[in-house]
Design a protein around this ligand. Structure first.
Ligand SMILES: [Zn+2]
Length: 387
């Protein structure tokens, strides 16, 4: 059975939500009845499974069915963007129990930002009736390059004070649980794939917000690359716009022409009152012709960068998320126009391009999933029941 033959592998079977009897688990695992009973006892002791009501198979003795206890622990998740944040508490099935969204500029620096996150975590726990001791882990998404192993941002261009800041240590010392950190787009890709498209093998999630980036699911797993920089399409050079300066220091980057910050600047130049990507969305929904034209052209720029990536990676699904996708079909229309016009027919034959289903919840869902998959990994479960 996948994940070994221990209690963790048994729990993996039950995580699909179906209750099963000892006899069913014996059949599914090939283990002896006593081995199954021993693993069930260990999982019951940890409250990771619950015994259900006795069921009576036709002609047989009553048997107890066991099911995964999603409520055994709480996961805390923080999706920190450039200008705003979303914080959530969720159960082990990824369901959100309580959440909060707020304006929170990341350039305030790590300690003020994380102090707010910590206070909000405590409020959310109280709101959903849980204690700090119920928390099994914390997942955090940051809007910049993150070294996932150490959980630190690496040379983030718009996050003063965050470079190398030990987020896992800072939060871990205060909450006493493991803290996992990744960049915001990776967790969005993880969340959308896990919650909406678990059956899709190869998926690209594009975040079109203040910046632009993408998360890559390859063979149903998140592909981070050697140092966590995979998917950073925002700084792909677009040859036609060589004169535009990017915040990263180079010129002609995709983000510098199609990112939310770039659109905000263009609309301001035209005398419109806009502060961030949400204002761009508002103007587009109000039918402002310049905003619509800029969003659509931004979609084309993103699409032309993605056209090469589609040829290279051959995904079956591209999901577009982030603030700008809220602007109706204009962004997606631009993206589709370029990808279907420029990618190889073999690569686009079975390709769908859709807006994110989870919307602004994709990040917190993915941050929670990152923790759940680590905590419920069969090996981790085997270790925790052995102690
Ligand atoms: Zn750049």
């Amino acid at each position: 059975m996948p994940g070994g033959t221990g209690a963790g592998a048994l729990l993996s079977i039950l995580r699909d939500g179906r209750a099963r009897t000892r006899a069913e688990l014996v059949q599914l695992t090939g283990l002896s009845r006593s081995a199954v009973s021993q693993r069930i006892d260990a999982l019951l002791h940890q409250r990771l499974i619950l015994p259900g009501e006795d069921t009576t198979p036709s002609g047989g003795r009553p048997a107890t069915a066991f099911s995964f206890n999603r409520e055994a622990r709480v996961v805390l998740a923080a999706d920190l963007g450039v200008t705003h944040a979303r914080i959530a508490a969720s159960d082990l099935g990824g369901a959100v129990l309580a959440e909060r969204a707020a304006d929170l500029p990341i350039d305030r620096g790590p300690e003020p930002t994380l102090s707010w996150v910590l206070d909000t975590f405590r409020e959310l726990l109280a709101e959903c009736g849980h204690r700090a001791s119920d928390v099994c882990g914390v997942g955090v998404g940051l809007p910049g390059p993150v070294d996932h192993e150490s959980g630190t941002a690496v040379n983030p261009p718009i996050m003063p004070g965050w470079d190398g800041f030990p987020v896992p240590d800072w939060l871990g010392e205060r909450l006493g649980v493991p803290v996992l950190v990744d960049n915001d787009v990776n967790i969005m890709a993880l969340g959308e794939h896990w919650a909406v498209y678990p059956e899709v093998e190869h998926l690209i999630f594009v975040k079109a917000g203040t910046g632009i980036g993408c998360g890559i699911i390859a063979g149903r797993r998140l592909h981070r690359g050697a140092r966590g920089a995979a998917g950073d399409i925002g700084h792909i050079r677009i040859p036609t716009v060589d004169q535009v300066q990017c915040r990263c220091g180079y010129v002609g980057c995709l983000e510098a022409v199609a990112g939310g910050a770039a659109l905000v600047a263009r609309l301001r130049d035209a005398g419109l009152d806009v502060a961030d990507g949400r204002d761009v969305v508002r103007l587009t929904k109000e039918g402002n012709p310049l905003a619509i034209r800029l969003v659509r052209q931004g979609g084309r720029e993103v699409g032309s960068a993605l056209a090469s990536i589609v040829n290279f990676f051959n995904p079956t699904l591209i999901v577009i998320g982030g603030d700008l996708v809220e602007a109706g079909d204009h962004l997606l229309a631009g993206v589709r126009e370029m990808i279907y016009g420029r990618s190889l027919p073999l690569a686009t034959q079975s390709l769908s391009i859709r807006a994110s289903e989870l919307g602004d919840r994709a990040g917190v869902t993915g941050a929670a999933v990152m923790v759940i998959e680590r905590i419920l990994d069969p090996e981790t479960v085997d270790r925790s029941v052995a102690t």
